[in-house]
Ligand binder design. Structure first.
Ligand code: ATP
Length: 237
């Protein structure tokens, strides 16, 4: 059996002496889509930021495909094949989509000769980006910016994608346009995905497993079908 894409053990992290994550352990299996849900402020975004090396935990270890990174920061995580799409898009408003992609390829060190193929790959997955690729990101709708943000992460051909609430600001149909191709990528490229999402119905449809977080701890782990019962889901929130 292959090593898990991510294996976090005993992660504790917080702000100003207050622990937001409390002894959290998590396994994202190779090729799996794992959905993380929980109430506002439960610690979901903090967990993704800790996993990506943006926020330092006070305790705990992390392995990526069985290896413990020598240092734990966004550069080493990126080099290990992990990409984070943070909540709220974060695209540069004054740059065009093409410029944003160019910058991402440049910072990932992709040689000019290989850039066209990478961009075409992303446009295959998210074809709607073609409609607005010459526009400045700041003029795009929230949903379009979200697509650009995900496209930018995919350009680096990650093996592990950490997606923080991609549905925020998106109409349900747009969310489907975004999430289904990403789910298909898992099949095509064996990508592993940790998906934080409140749009439970859509997210569960593509997920293998669900984790529910409350106040910095996991209180449920199981198959999405185990939460088909709406009452049970509400009980966990
Ligand atoms: N930079 C920060 N400084 C201080 N406290 C923070 C910071 N970031 C997050 N927190 C606090 O940590 C807790 C968890 O926040 P986090 O954003 O991880 O929750 P979440 O589950 O992602 O919530 P949401 O669904 O609202 O995005 C909250 O109480 C929040 O106020």
């Amino acid at each position: 059996m292959s090593a898990p894409a991510l294996q976090a053990t005993g992660l504790t992290a917080g702000f100003g002496g207050r622990d937001v994550l409390q002894d959290v352990s998590l396994t994202l299996n190779d090729g799996e889509i794992l959905c993380l849900i929980g109430h506002n402020g439960a610690g979901k975004s903090t967990l993704l930021r800790v996993l990506f090396g943006l926020h330092r935990p006070s305790a705990g270890t992390l392995r990526v495909f069985g290896q413990q990174p020598a240092q734990h920061n966004p550069a080493t995580m990126g080099a290990a094949g992990v990409a984070l799409v943070p909540e709220g898009r974060g695209v540069f408003p004054d740059l065009t989509v093409e410029e944003i992609f160019g910058l991402a390829l440049w910072s990932a060190g992709v040689p000019k000769s290989g850039q066209r193929e990478r961009i075409d790959d992303v446009l295959d997955v998210l074809p709607r980006i073609k409609e607005f690729r010459t526009r400045r990101a700041g003029t795009l709708s929230g949903g379009q910016q979200q697509m650009v943000s995900i496209g930018r992460a995919l350009l680096t051909r990650p093996r592990v994608l950490l997606l923080d609430e991609p549905s925020i600001g998106l109409a349900p149909k747009l969310f489907q346009d975004l999430i289904r191709p990403i789910a298909a990528l898992r099949q095509a490229r064996g990508m592993s995905i940790l998906l934080v999402e409140q749009n439970v119905r859509e997210a569960f449809a593509i997920s293998d497993r669900v984790l529910v977080m409350r106040s910095g701890r996991f209180i449920f782990e199981g198959a999405p079908s185990e939460l088909d019962d709406h009452a049970k889901l509400m009980e966990l929130f």
